[in-house]
Design a protein around this ligand. Structure first.
Ligand code: SAH
Length: 243
């Protein structure tokens, strides 16, 4: 199936997803993906967007790894997408050329906080999931290519930072690797597209940076998502899956 036939975008926060939906003309009513979960989906004939929804007890967006996996699984089973894009905001790294609003496209995808000091489980913990090779498209759109790294915290421990340095992570988020794992099970091509809201190796707190830069980053993200989808739709057949 050509990659651009009907891609699925998976997102965690409504404030990130609203501008993407509007840029992609996905303004129809959403549908729930499962009665027990808040995950929802917007569909058109050529693109779909799935969102985790709000946590039913805490009333906030269901960010982090578990909801991302559930939403991805339900959405993949429903729409059988040609490609899955984990889209959202992320932390970047000054020491690797990161800046606020920078758009990053994955060429690899790991977990940085699944530390399992048992030989047989170490590689399983790190993940290193298959990512489809969109290098030429990414470069032509001015995106930074590199490793996207996922953990279940907004901040980072020393051990997390060491792990992320080992594969030169350019974007730190809380969902991508989880989505990637589901895609691997379903053998669906995967990538992650992230806009930088905060710089992990800066003196300012991640939470403060996140709040002040959220709007500019989400605007960049929605533009970038549209550009990527358009280019994949016109050139997608040339791109092979890398495992
Ligand atoms: N402060 C926000 C919550 C943001 S949580 C609020 O109150 O609404 C962070 C979300 O943005 C996650 O979905 C994650 O994928 C992404 N993110 C942005 N910067 C990040 C960083 N430095 N580390 C991890 N996740 C980050």
């Amino acid at each position: 199936m050509p990659l651009g036939e009907r891609p699925l975008i998976v997102m965690a926060m409504e404030a990130e997803a609203a501008p993407v939906r509007s840029t992609l003309n996905l303004e129809t009513q959403s549908e729930k993906l499962h009665p027990a979960f808040t995950s929802e989906i917007w569909e058109s004939t050529h693109v779909c967007l799935a969102l985790n929804g709000q946590d039913q007890r805490y009333g906030v967006d269901s960010i982090a790894s578990q909801p991302a996996a559930i939403t991805s699984m339900l959405a993949i089973e429903r729409v059988r997408p040609s490609l899955v894009i984990s889209a959202g905001t992320a932390g970047g790294f000054v020491k690797r050329g990161g800046h606020i609003g920078q758009v990053c496209l994955a060429d690899s995808c790991y977990f940085h906080d699944r530390r399992i000091q048992l030989e047989a489980f170490e590689a399983y913990g790190n993940g290193n999931y298959p990512v489809v090779d969109l290098g030429d498209i990414g470069k032509s759109l001015g995106f930074q290519l590199g490793a996207v790294s996922t953990g279940n915290a907004l901040d980072a421990t020393e051990a997390d930072l060491v792990r992320m340095d080992s594969y030169q992570a350019i974007a730190k988020d809380m969902e991508a690797a989880s989505v990637a794992w589901i895609c691997e099970q379903f053998n669906v091509p995967f990538t992650a597209l992230k806009a930088i809201t905060d710089l992990v190796d800066s003196d300012e707190s991640t939470a403060e940076q996140f709040v002040s830069n959220f709007e500019i980053a989400t605007q960049r993200l929605s533009d970038a998502t549209k550009e990527l989808i358009e280019l994949i739709t016109t050139e997608g057949e040339d791109y092979a899956i890398r495992t």
